[in-house]
Structure formats: structure tokens, C-alpha cells
Design a protein around this ligand. Structure first.
Ligand code: G6P
Length: 612
């Protein structure tokens, strides 16, 4: 969730690493810092609380901070409040070396006690600071930087992605990872280390994703990778497929708005090439499972966090409906610790946009340790989850920068729909039924565009919610998880407390909260449950709640009940979530924007939660 960028080459390093951490600000942003090896082999260390721009403003003139080797970090506080002294990089007592770290050192207390007993003076409250002191200790014993880092990491429990520079070996950056991503970028006579490729793709698309327990020593003229046990490793070069424009806001005010508007294309990218028209089924080659095995699946367990969990919940409705395979959806943070029962012929499916979420990764490892085949749905090629699963599907949503996930969500739902059709066609779904869903799926991008064209109307509705303190979202059936997602979007970026409920549950508690102050956003599609939800809406109106309804066809009844109504295109019930969530994303966006919130970087949240 924090970000690391390092540079070694012939150019002035600071502007490159600062630009890099600016691109990573969406991951963690309470403080930042940079360490540069100056021309006289001195250590320049600059740190600031707040945004990277504060750090940039505080930097001395280029003549006083020039150097070709630097590491920078943007922090999301875990141990120690956000402050200048807790900002990374951290140094040893002699200030000869500096370390930027993502992750958590779990045994830092014991290590710190030992170091303090030996006279070490700590300058921060962070867990990270034990690293530079330990590396410094091994350096004093005569080990070179790589060996000192290796020895240090042998003592450490927890997770890390680290980058280290040392004034006494100024020609190198040493970096290592375990449980936190770290990538080596290969340029022309220059190298980068980073926790996220989006920080460096304007410079190079040639990268090596380090594996857990690997250390890389990077010099201007080359690099060596080895394991913590000192076994030399080749390192597989990959080419990043993202387009540079995907990390630019373009004409949009925020990344989130841009990403909402990209959904006609991102949804199409999720199904492109994956529809086998002749057989009326889906083609998901990455699953790596022969048809016989797919037919044998008796149960699916979906594991995820946050918005990906909501996509999983929608997937459970669709898969159970179309394929008649029972699906359980679990929060990864619960699953990993509760000794889950995984019966024979269970398929475990983990969903993670980033492919790095710590809880999801741990749940996946737990399931694999039990000998279960685990498939993954991820967006980030080469991410840890993508590499550790037995197979899976990339959702191809492109870079998602806004912390509040939007286009990744609809792409996840699209792929889950394809999976449902694939499993269904091996069971009870007829070719005609399969074709009907897949043909309609091809129209979804245009229908999303129709909803995006209602943007002005949705902003006007958002204006009516700007001063609200609470909001309730209601949906039935497959729209219940859509309601959860709508509420999550609103609370994440506008800080208005919002809850999603299955509409029928409203009378078992939340109805107590309804009065004229309470906006109720309800999804009321003309499906089998339409009359039921209209009754729920009557109950809201009877208590003077303000009703905003999302419908797929107008009638007098809904119009009479609603303070605002949005009529979106009709589609098959299975595909409705791909449409009904769009106005909820826009509603949350506009409420937050009208409240002047920092939409792309909401307080306390991070894009990818790589700590427990
Ligand atoms: C964080 C993000 C959410 C995201 C969740 C799961 O909480 O703020 O937007 O849904 O992590 O992330 P993942 O990358 O695993 O989908």
C-alpha cells in the first residue's frame, strides 16, 4: 500500500523517483521521502509529512541534491503516526545507508530491544527502522551491502519489499521482497526498482517481477538476482502491456471519473475473444482445466476483499442460477483464520484487482496448502496472486488508479458471468440459453454508454444528497450486492455513512432510521421480484424517506413514490448488475466531488492493502 521507486543510471535521479512516487500516491499518502547518493558520496535525505508535492516543494536546488542513485517512498502509516520522522527512507545511526520499506516487520519489537541494548538510538517509531540499523551492523562486520541485507532479512519475520542505498557502496541499489511486490525495471544503461509498474512505465516496459525471498543487486551496468539462501536466479523478463495513456487523467477531473467512463471499453475487453459463438459457450483458456475437471466441480468457494468481494457475491448469484453449482463467498481475512472446510471437488476462486491483497494472498496459500486447486481473477499481470494460483483469468481492465474500484468491478462481474455460462453449458444450460446470454453481453457496452450519457442528470440527483449524513441502499436478489457496492462507493469517497441491505431486511432494523433526512437509493428492476420491492419502497415513503430509484422501465407507481428516478436500459436479469451499478458509481462520484473531497485519494484508504 506504500510505494517505492528507486533509480540508478546516468540521469538526475531525484526528479525521476519523485515523479514515480507521485504516480503511486494512490497507494498510500500520509508522508513521503527520498534518499539520494550525492556526487561526493554523501547521503541526501529529504522527508515530509503530507502529499508528495510538499516533499517536492521542500527539496533544495538541483545543484544541492543532484545524484544518479536514489530511492523514494510514499507511506501509509502502520507503526507510528504520519509525521516527518516516521517517513521513509530510514537510516542507520551513522547515516551512511537508507532503507525504504513496504510491509510490516512483525518481530520488530524484539529486534529493536536488542539493538537498543547495544546502544543503537532510534529516530522513529516505525517497525522499518530496525532494518537500516541491522544492515549497518552487518556492514560494520565487513559484509558487502547485498550480504548485509541478506543477513538482516534472515532475522526478520513479516513482509517486506525494500530498497537500500549505501554511501560506502554508492554504485548500487539492493532490493528484496517477501509478501510485498517488488519489480526491477530494465532501461538503457539505467535501472529502476518499484513496488508498482505504473511508476516506471513512462521509462521502460521491460521488467522482472521478483519472487518472494529474492534479492537483487542493481548497478548501472547490470544486475544479479539471488535467493535469501544465496542461490543465483535468472529472472524472467516480462513486457508490461499497459499503455502509458492509462496512467494519465486525460480530460477528466479525476481518475475515478475517467475509469467509470472507460467501462464500455473495459467490459468489452473482459469478454473479447472469450465467446465461442459456434458452441454458445465461453472460452477461458487461462483456467487450465480440461472440460472433464470443470464438469466435476461440485462447489465453488470465492474468496476476496472489498469491492472484489461484492463482485464475488454477484458471481455467486449468477453461477448458482445459470450453472446450478453451489457457491460460498468468503471474506479473505476471515477465511484464512477460520479453518475452512473444503470438500472434495471444490474449486477455490480468489478475486483481486491488484493481485497483491495480503489477506487474499494468505487465503489462497491456505487453500493451496490443503491441496486444493485455486484459480484467480486478477487485473495486474505478473502480480503475486496471478503467479501463485494454479490458473485463472485476467480481467484486462487496464490500470485502475482511483482508490475506489469501478471498472475492475464490472470487468470482474463480466468474467464471472462468462464462467457461469461455461459451467452452465457443461450442465443444464441449453445452447439457446447460452447464446441468449452471450449475445446480450455483447450489447452491454453500448447500454453502459447510454447510462454514462445520463451523467448530468445523475449529478443533479447527487446535489440533493450533498448535505446528508447517512444513506441506505436497497436491492433484492442479485441487486443486493449491487446495493452493498453502491453504499461502499459512497462511504469510501464522500465519507457519508451508507449501508446496503437486501430490501426485505429493511424492516428488521434499518427502517427505524428512516425519516425525511434519510435518502434511500433503491434498485427496482422489472424482474420477478418487482412487486416485492415496490412494497418495500412504499414502507420507506410511508416514513417520509427520500427515494432515489434505479429502474429499467417507468410506471406511475414508481414515479409517484420516487423523489428522483433514473431509467436505465433493460437487459437480461443475469446481466443487470453490469448496468445497475453504473449510476451508483456516478452518484457516489458526484456527491464526493460536490463536497470537494479528494475523490481519487480518500483519507485512510489505500488501493492495494498489502498488510493484514
Ligand atoms: C482496498 C481497496 C478496494 C479494494 C480492496 C480489495 O480496500 O481500497 O477498492 O476493493 O482493497 O483489493 P483487491 O486488489 O484485492 O481487489
Amino acid at each position: 500500500m506504500c510505494g517505492i521507486v528507486g533509480y540508478i543510471g546516468h540521469r538526475n535521479a531525484i526528479p525521476i523517483v519523485i515523479e514515480g512516487i507521485k504516480r503511486l500516491e494512490y497507494r498510500g499518502y500520509d508522508s513521503s521521502g527520498v534518499a539520494v547518493i550525492g556526487s561526493e558520496n554523501t547521503l541526501g535525505l529529504f522527508r515530509r509529512q503530507g502529499k508528495v508535492i510538499e516533499l517536492e516543494r521542500s527539496l533544495p536546488a538541483p545543484s544541492k541534491s543532484a545524484g544518479n542513485v536514489a530511492i523514494a517512498h510514499t507511506r501509509w502509516a502502520t507503526h507510528g503516526e504520519p509525521s516527518e520522522r516516521n517517513a521513509h527512507p530510514h537510516t542507520n545511526c551513522e547515516k551512511t545507508l537508507a532503507v525504504a520499506h513496504n510491509g510490516i516487520i512483525e518481530n520488530f519489537k524484539a529486534l529493536r530491544d536488542r539493538l537498543e541494548a547495544e546502544g543503537c538510538v532510534f529516530a522513529s517509531e516505525t517497525d522499518t527502522e530496525v532494518l537500516p540499523h541491522l544492515i549497518g551492523f552487518f556492514r560494520q562486520k565487513g559484509l558487502d551491502l547485498t550480504e548485509a541485507v541478506r543477513e538482516t532479512l534472515q532475522l526478520v519475520d513479516g513482509t517486506y519489499g525494500i530498497a537500500v542505498v549505501d554511501t560506502e557502496q554508492p554504485d548500487r541499489i539492493v532490493a528484496a521482497r517477501k509478501g510485498s511486490p517488488l519489480i526491477l525495471g530494465i532501461g538503457d544503461d539505467e535501472f529502476f526498482v518499484t513496488s508498482d509498474v505504473s511508476a516506471i512505465i513512462i521509462h521502460t516496459k521491460k521488467v522482472i517481477y521478483l519472487e518472494d525471498r529474492e534479492i537483487v543487486t542493481v548497478r548501472r551496468d547490470g544486475f544479479e538476482i539471488s535467493t535469501l539462501d544465496n542461490i543465483s536466479v535468472e529472472g524472467k523478463v516480462s513486457i508490461v502491456e499497459w499503455d502509458v495513456s492509462s496512467i494519465d487523467k486525460g480530460p477528466y477531473k479525476h481518475f475515478m471519473l475517467k475509469e467509470i467512463f472507460e467501462q464500455p471499453e473495459s467490459v468489452a475487453n473482459a469478454f473479447r475473444g472469450r465467446i465461442a459463438d459456434s458452441l454458445s459457450t465461453a472460452r477461458l483458456g487461462g483456467l487450465g482445466l480440461p472440460p472433464q475437471e470443470l464438469r466435476r466441480i461440485k462447489q465453488i468457494q470465492i474468496i476476496a476483499c472489498g469491492t472484489s468481494w461484492h463482485a464475488g457475491l454477484i458471481g455467486s448469484y449468477i453461477i448458482e442460477d445459470i450453472a446450478r453449482v453451489p457457491v460460498r463467498v468468503e471474506y479473505a481475512g476471515e477465511y484464512r483464520y477460520r479453518n475452512p472446510i473444503i470438500p472434495e471437488d471444490t474449486l477455490v476462486l480468489v478475486i483481486s484487482q491488484s493481485g497483491e491483497t495480503a489477506d487474499t494472498l494468505a487465503a489462497l496459500r491456505e487453500a493451496r496448502a490443503r491441496g486444493v486447486r485455486v484459480l484467480g481473477l486478477t487485473n495486474v499481470v505478473g502480480s503475486t496472486i496471478a503467479r501463485e494460483t494454479d490458473g485463472g483469468v485476467y480481467i484486462h481492465a487496464g490500470a485502475e488508479i482511483g482508490v475506489a474500484s469501478t471498472k475492475a468491478f464490472t470487468s470482474q462481474v463480466t468474467v464471472l458471468t462468462l464462467l457461469a455460462v461455461l459451467l452452465g453449458r457443461m450442465r443444464h444450460l441449453s445452447p439457446l440459453e447460452g447464446a441468449e446470454i452471450l449475445n446480450e453481453l455483447k450489447h452491454i457496452p453500448d447500454k453502459i454508454q447510454t447510462i454514462l450519457d445520463m451523467n448530468v442528470e445523475i449529478r443533479a440527483i447527487a446535489a440533493s444528497m450533498v448535505d446528508d449524513r447517512n444513506a441506505l441502499y436497497l436491492g433484492r436478489g442479485v441487486h443486493y450486492p449491487v446495493a452493498l457496492e453502491g453504499a461502499l462507493k459512497l462511504k469510501e469517497i464522500s465519507y457519508i455513512h451508507a449501508e446496503g441491505y437486501p430490501a426485505a431486511e429493511m424492516k428488521h432494523g434499518p427502517i427505524a432510521l428512516i425519516d425525511k433526512e434519510m435518502p434511500v437509493v433503491a434498485i427496482a428492476m422489472r424482474d420477478a421480484l418487482y412487486d416485492k420491492i415496490v412494497s418495500n419502497l412504499q414502507e420507506v415513503k410511508a416514513r417520509h424517506g427520500r427515494l432515489i430509484t434505479i429502474v429499467d422501465g417507468l410506471d406511475d407507481q414508481i414515479e409517484a413514490l420516487s423523489d428522483h428516478t433514473l431509467c436505465i436500459p433493460a437487459t437480461l436479469p443475469t446481466l443487470q448488475p453490469l448496468l445497475s451499478v453504473i449510476p451508483l458509481q456516478l452518484l457516489a462520484y458526484h456527491v464526493a466531488d460536490l463536497r470537494n473531497m479528494n475523490v481519487d485519494q480518500p483519507r485512510n484508504l489505500a488501493k492495494s492493502v498489502t498488510v493484514e
